[in-house]
Design a protein around this ligand. Structure first.
Ligand SMILES: Cc1ncc(COP(=O)(O)O)c(C=O)c1O
Length: 304
């Protein structure tokens, strides 16, 4: 059992187009239709009915806290392995800003390049009991030689995450995420999926604006604001268009942007959404975006 792709789950959690959906018989669970939040009672009922061998928790577009403890209890009740994929929130978990699955999950997987802010890679943690099986499945099962340079980069990433500054970074990511979401939601036509955010991202429902996520993503790309089109729960549009966008400030927070800048960014996003095909507005907003971001260079990448 994994969270449905259409409800914010990841492809690898059982989508029929990925190997996870081809190799395994996957029963997807969904978000509550009204609240957009994980419905743990329904997930438990489904697990009792389906008796899965494995339950995976974790999401690619979910703006709220995930209760790994409850997932662990449900898995235990039905005799399933519990896998927590913390790819998105790993950096927040590392510094205690999101509850940890350690102690609840049999296996924890993660990427290292999202809120953990490391190289494009990943890691797997498991109980001692499963470690050898997982090691063998990785090598010789599905991988060849190790990427030593990436392993070194991950060591640097973990070292950074142990420093007190990383906790400050995580706190600022959440403050920025909330500031951005709140400012966007002041526009009458904008709905936030679940009504807000507890973490590093929000999912914006654009249906009242009569525009697709793809149109907004492309229009924002042109003014150098990067978001991605994203399905909202029960999206009436196909996945290639979508009715939503997903937005998160983890990268700009590294450059030093704070709540005041989030408010400006929210206003630019709204201007673009409300004037989708207006070239003059796009040109002005792009100049303003460039003016701001040049004052916040990527750390280590300052022009000499
Ligand atoms: C929950 C989750 N797991 C795994 C991944 C895999 O990450 P990538 O494709 O960047 O390696 C992602 C990426 O979006 C994700 O959101």
């Amino acid at each position: 059992m994994g969270l449905s792709l259409a409800h914010g789950g990841h492809l690898t959690h059982g989508s029929p187009v990925s190997m996870s959906g081809k190799w395994f018989n996957v029963v997807p669970y969904k978000l509550n239709e009204k609240t957009g939040i994980l419905d743990y009672d329904e997930i438990e009922k489904l697990a009792v009915k389906e008796k899965p061998k494995l339950i995976i928790a974790g999401a690619t577009a979910y703006p709220r806290i995930i209760d790994f403890k409850i997932f662990g209890e449900i898995a235990k009740k039905v005799g399933a392995y519990f896998v927590a994929d913390i790819a998105h929130v790993a950096g927040l978990v590392a510094v205690g800003l999101h509850p940890t699955p350690v102690g609840h999950a049999d296996v924890i997987t993660s990427t290292t390049h999202k809120t953990l802010r490391g190289p494009r890679s990943g890691f797997i943690m498991s109980t001692a009991e499963l470690a050898q099986k997982i090691d063998r499945a990785v090598f010789p099962g599905i991988q060849g030689g190790p990427l030593e340079h990436i392993i070194a980069a991950k060591a640097v990433c973990f070292g950074e995450a142990l420093k007190p500054e990383f906790k400050e970074y995580g706190k600022q990511v959440i403050k920025n995420s909330k500031a951005l979401a709140e400012e966007l939601s002041l526009d009458d036509g904008i709905e936030l999926v679940t009504g807000g955010t507890d973490n590093h991202l929000s999912v914006i429902d654009l249906r009242n604006k009569l525009v697709t996520g793809k149109e907004v993503q492309n229009a924002l790309d042109r003014v150098r604001i990067t978001v991605n089109k994203n399905a909202i729960p029960n999206d009436p549009q196909p996945m290639i268009l979508t009715s939503g966008i997903r937005i998160g400030p983890a990268a700009v927070t590294t450059r030093g942007l704070k709540e005041d800048e989030m408010i400006k960014i929210a206003h630019w996003i709204l201007e673009i959404i409300n004037n989708l095909n207006d070239e003059a507005v796009a040109k002005r907003v792009r100049a303003e975006v460039e003016d701001m971001i040049l004052r916040y260079p990527v750390p280590g990448g300052e022009l000499k």
